[in-house]
Design a protein around this ligand. Structure first.
Ligand code: C2E
Ligand code: MG
Ligand code: MG
Length: 714
């Protein structure tokens, strides 16, 4: 028999009330049995209504110890009368299919028919529970997120602090007005100021006065929102007064409305960089030895001046100044003294250089001077006078007194000049003329000099062709033993038979060839011809040895590494005994680099090739070098044999040189003997050998054989 529902005995009103409630309701008696329930509870739990009537409430709410249901039931059981209605949240109800249902639960006591009942109401709270859980998760998430954010913030703040404080680059935090809020150590070092001196102030106090406006413009541009990151250059003043050139990168931190609230600036000290760049550009445009403008800067100034003269009235002038015989200074005193002298000369020239003019070292011992705004050619001549004038006072370098003069070529141009390239060339042509007139002169360019320069240029071109087209030949001038009057040798002298110009003297074409490698070609030709000729010369009379041949060498040749191998080759090819070849060099050539000269001399000695010191007495005639070089022959220059003036002095020198040569065991040869009187004097002075027109000029190779043996005077 099924148990009867409690309310079946009661009014329909009570029944319908029970059924109308949205919660599950159970009526539980004092033995925990379910007296009645509504359909809502049966539906919630999946039971049929009658399955539950009369059953212990445990079927729905099992009390297992350590379960919250147990605690709740215990609590309710302990003080049922204390609270009229007791509410619990999250009571677990066991459903018919074994699943659990979370409910909110409320119960109250009910006295009915003298019996004590508990009215229990169950409301499914699954949905709220889920929402609640979600809220809790969200809340805990929010907490976690906040915690993480706080940590991240702390970390990033620390990182920022490290990046800011420890940064090698000077950094600054400033507010909208540019006032410093924070500065790092590097910034303090760069500005030479402490934090206390900086914070609360702006950069105006130590910005280079002219650059204050730059900073203000930058702040204005950022504040107006025009730009964000700005990089700009400005100069700071270090506390010690030094100017610091800086590159500043500034960026604003804006709030959400885009207003710049404060600024972070990072500064780079580029003072050294700038100094280096300036130095590099200075080096690119200046001569490293004298600090004067170099050719590149001069060319630039010249083209500007040329353009200005074309626009305005007046003249411009270029002066080419060339030091006279400067090579001798290097030869005798060495390159260090030569360099010092060039520097001293540059300083003296500077003293008379007008601010608007440009002085340039053109290279070697040449200087260029550019003048503008001249009214006449006479003004250009005055400049030349001033420049050459500062050299009249001797120089004193390392306790050595040096008298150094210069010559100048001047070109004056006006607005009609169209060819800027020609200006320096014309000054050079005028210089050539000045040198021809003798040292210490200046000459103003005239158009006829241009023709001469052009013809010199053409001559060089023609000289290149001359070897190939057999225009060059060697002539031989006999060398006479002054005691026996026998021919002991011949000097090989180059001759150029030009198809139109006739004989071109070596004094003209050798210096031109010496300006390029052409001289090496000519030199090789001279040796080849001379050794070939000499190899066929027979000994004459009682002499055991055939005449030797002397060949002149230029400086370029003597210092050419190919020289010794070439001589060796030619000796072998021609079969000439090496003792019969003597190379003539002038003092200047030998002294250019004395240590290198000694090496070459040593190699020639080993080949058994001899050396003659040519034109002795015209150079610096340094006695210590003479002993070191130990030439086989010294050739006394013709100017001592045929003195133009001050004959007495020349005689004394001639005597001294011959005595010196004899004492040093060198053969002394006198050049340019033209008269018997000269011969007699030299013979009396114990001069060994002689050369000169008295016997013969240089003759073509096929005439040499006629001269072997004793030679009559002409
Ligand atoms: P240098 O070596 O001093 O030659 C002597 C010069 O004096 C020669 O002039 C010769 O013809 C000339 N001479 C000889 N005796 C007399 C005389 O009694 N009176 C006068 N007035 N002059 C006399 P040249 O042949 O015109 O040579 C001039 C210079 O050219 C030479 O001077 C030498 O420095 C150079 N030279 C000639 N040939 C060569 C060569 O093959 N190579 C090199 N590097 N230089 C050479
Ligand atoms: Mg000579
Ligand atoms: Mg000579």
């Amino acid at each position: 028999m099924r148990p009867m529902r409690f309310f079946e005995d009661h009014s329909v009103a009570a029944q319908s009330l029970l059924e109308s409630l949205p919660s599950g309701i159970a009526l539980i008696d004092d033995h925990d049995a379910i007296g009645d329930l509504n359909h809502c509870l049966a539906d919630m739990t999946g039971y049929e209504l009658h399955d539950l009537v009369g059953r212990d409430i445990q079927i729905l709410v099992p009390t297992v110890q350590e379960d919250t249901n147990f605690d709740l039931r215990e609590e309710f059981a302990r003080s049922p009368s204390d609270k009229h209605i007791v509410r619990y949240r999250n009571l677990t109800v066991l459903c018919h299919d074994g699943s659990e249902l979370s409910v909110d639960f409320a119960c109250s006591q009910l006295k009915l028919d003298g019996r004590s009942w508990v009215v229990a109401a169950f409301r499914d709270n699954t949905v709220q529970r889920a929402a609640e859980d979600a809220r809790i998760v969200a809340e805990s998430h929010a907490v976690a997120i906040e915690t993480a954010a706080a940590e991240a913030l702390a970390q990033s703040e620390q990182r920022f602090r490290l990046a800011f404080e420890g940064n090698m680059a000077p950094m600054v935090f400033s507010d909208r007005s540019g006032m410093f809020l924070a500065v790092n150590d590097a910034f303090c070092r760069m500005s030479g100021r402490t934090r206390e001196e900086l914070i609360g102030n702006d950069s105006k106090q130590f910005t280079y006065p002219e650059d204050v406006g730059i900073t203000e413009d930058v702040y204005q541009a950022i504040n107006s929102g025009e730009t964000d990151q700005v990089r700009y250059g400005k100069r700071f003043l270090h506390k010690n007064g030094r100017i610091v050139i800086a590159e500043v990168s500034i960026s604003p931190a804006r709030d959400e409305t885009g207003v710049a609230k404060y600024y972070v600036s990072s500064v780079r000290d580029i003072t050294e960089e700038r100094a280096l760049a300036a130095q590099l550009s200075f080096q690119a445009l200046h001569d490293p030895l004298t600090g004067l403008a170099n050719r590149a800067l001069f060319d630039d100034r010249l083209s500007q001046a040329h353009a200005r003269v074309a626009r305005q009235d007046g003249n411009g002038a270029v002066l080419l100044i060339d030091l006279d015989d400067f090579k001798g200074v290097n030869d005798v005193y060495g390159h260090l003294v030569g360099d010092e002298l060039l520097i001293s000369i540059a300083r003296r020239f500077e003293q008379v250089t007008r601010a608007s003019d440009t002085l340039c070292r053109f290279g070697g011992d040449e200087f260029l001077y550019l003048a503008e705004g001249l009214n006449s050619r006479a003004e250009a001549e005055q400049i030349a006078q001033r420049l050459l004038g500062v050299l009249t006072e001797p120089f004193s370098i390392n306790d050595v007194h040096i008298d150094q003069r210069a010559s100048a070529g001047i070109v004056v141009w006006d607005g009609t000049s169209t060819n800027i390239v020609e200006l320096v060339q014309n000054a050079d042509a005028a210089m050539y003329e000045a040198k021809r007139q003798g040292n210490g002169h200046f000459v103003v360019f005239t158009s006829d000099m241009r023709h001469e320069a052009a013809s010199r240029f053409a001559l060089v071109q023609e000289l290149r062709q001359a070897i190939a087209s057999d225009q060059l030949s060697m002539h031989y001038q006999p060398i006479i033993d002054l005691t026996t009057t026998e021919v002991v040798g011949f000097e090989a002298l180059m001759r150029w038979s030009h198809p139109e110009r006739g004989w071109v003297p070596p004094d003209v074409f050798i210096p031109l060839a010496e300006k390029s490698d052409l001289i090496l070609e000519l030199g090789t030709f001279a040796i080849q011809e001379a050794v070939t000729a000499a190899s066929s010369w027979e000994p004459s009379g009682d002499r055991a040895l055939s005449p030797y041949v002397t060949v002149n060498l230029s400086a370029r040749q003597f210092h050419d590494p190919g020289l010794v191998p070439m001589i060796e080759r030619e000796l072998e090819r021609s079969g000439l005994e090496p003792e019969r070849l003597i190379l003539e060099v002038t003092e200047g050539v030998a002294l250019i680099d004395i240590s290198e000269t000694m090496i070459v001399m040593d190699q020639l000695n080993r080949l058994k090739v001899g050396m003659a010191l040519d034109d002795f007495g015209t150079g610096y005639s340094s006695l210590s070098y003479l002993a070191a070089l130990n030439p086989k022959i010294i050739k006394i220059d013709q100017s001592f044999v045929r003195p133009q003036h001050d004959r007495k002095r020349s005689d004394t020198l001639l005597e001294a040189i011959i005595t010196l040569g004899n004492k040093l065991d060198m053969i002394v040869l006198a050049e340019g003997i033209e008269t018997s009187a000269q011969l007699e004097r030299l013979h009396n002075l114990d001069c060994d050998l002689g050369q000169g027109f008295l016997w013969s000029p240089a003759v073509p190779v096929d005439e040499v054989t006629n001269m072997l043996g004793e030679i009559p005077k002409i």
